[in-house]
Design a protein around this ligand. Sequence first.
Ligand code: ADP
Ligand code: MG
Length: 505
Amino acid sequence: MTGGAGGLAVGAGALLSHVGRLGVGVYAVGGLGKPVEREAGDIAAPSPFEAAWEAVRAGLKRSIGARTFDGWLKPVTLVGFDPDSATVALAAPSDFMANWVETHFGEQLLGAWRAMLPHVERVAITAAADAPRPSLFLIADEEEPAPVVVETPAIAAAPSARPAGGALFEARYSFDAFVVGKANEVAYNAAKTMAEGGTLGFNPLFLHGGTGLGKTHLMHAMGQEFLARKPDALVIYMSAEKFMYEFVAAMRAKDTHSFKARLRAADVLMIDDVQFIAGKESTQEEFFHTMNEIISAGRRLVITADRSPQDLDGIESRILSRLSWGLVADVNPADFELRLNIILKKLEGMPQVSVPQEVVNFLAKRISANVRELEGALNRVVAYAMLTGRAIDMDFVTETLADLLRSTQRRITIDEIQRRVCDHYRIKQTEMSSARRAREVARPRQVAMYLAKQLTPRSLPEIGRRFGGRDHTTVIHAVKQIEKLRAQDAELDADVRLLTRQLEG
Ligand code: ADP
Ligand code: MG
């Protein structure tokens, strides 16, 4: 299967199958540390795989900003792909860089690769001694383990004396990029208040909600906003997992002092996904003390979890009660309108991409689980379109997202269909199984059988059974009859469309 632009392969499978043939170096799984050299006679023109890498790089550059990109990702090179472990191998100029990129951009790199090639399962980054060193690298201390202090990309990329340590806030996770709707306005307003640095009516702020709904985004936004107003402030963001990991490491090294001192010096401390420390007693103990000190010193504390304080099993009650002194705000799943606005907002950032309204509506309607999934679907569509040179229309989208759409398809039951149809034609649901042949019940019954065939995976005999034990030939007859009538009878056709829409919505 080849697509428009330069005969690039369209499907992920096709892309991958080109890899070996075109000679992109494939490394042995056991030899992750040593990328295999490219074979002699390697082609000069980029393979589809290299084209995908270019697109991944371009996407990341847009999403993390050119400065951060130039500092960290530009020197990273593509080594190859190992089809057995579905691993993309990348090389960075040093061990330090490789670790750094892996820790801070690993997830995004994997996400970007998967948007291009959903079969990719891992991205491995190793040091390659001969790759060029970026200038930013010169100001980083190679011996120092990655600190947790977070700095804005601008600060980290500036050739200042500040150590270029720690995770960077993602520039794209800003308040401006956050789309506000009913589902998240309380959380958004609270986050804004927290970040603006004025007197607080509440502390801590506890944000909770399901995965992929924007909690981490809001934390990054708060961090950046706070630093923009007070550039000298110490803003620390870390996952609860990292909190635990660092605390345990500090205990082992018998140096919990500096760990504590660093956290307690924060003007703003943000701990993400606190459900992670449920049941971890000594970590909770430490967390509780840190929390108390931060709050009583009048510094800001922000915490997120995937559920409300009451539902956090395995977290000590004194922590919970302390948390509920502050503001507890939930982030709810986005409704259709918010999903639509989020897509439109993301598209604003891609002026070169044209997506018809019909496709936007379709995505907002069908990809409803969470915002991350919605964003991923949109990115995948855009990436594939760029890679293949095809226009983004309904055909292209349903083809590109086939797997995702199948899994998000709502299961429509025969019972639901019968209920809807009976409501619509104002007849009793028992008529679906009755033997009556009068037109006013026989026609709706046929419509329901037709819809059952179209909208459910049930077999003809099964459908027949659910309509009063009718034979499968009766169902075939009904389906043919309605198909024929739809072409002739505008009113019936409109009925079927309406019912289909109601059932699918
Ligand atoms: P969580 O931390 O709640 O699991 P994230 O903050 O990681 O979710 O959000 C997942 C993705 O969805 C991110 O890329 C984020 O930018 C995006 N996102 C979530 N909510 C919104 C929103 N309201 N507006 C714009 N993007 C959003
Ligand atoms: Mg998160």
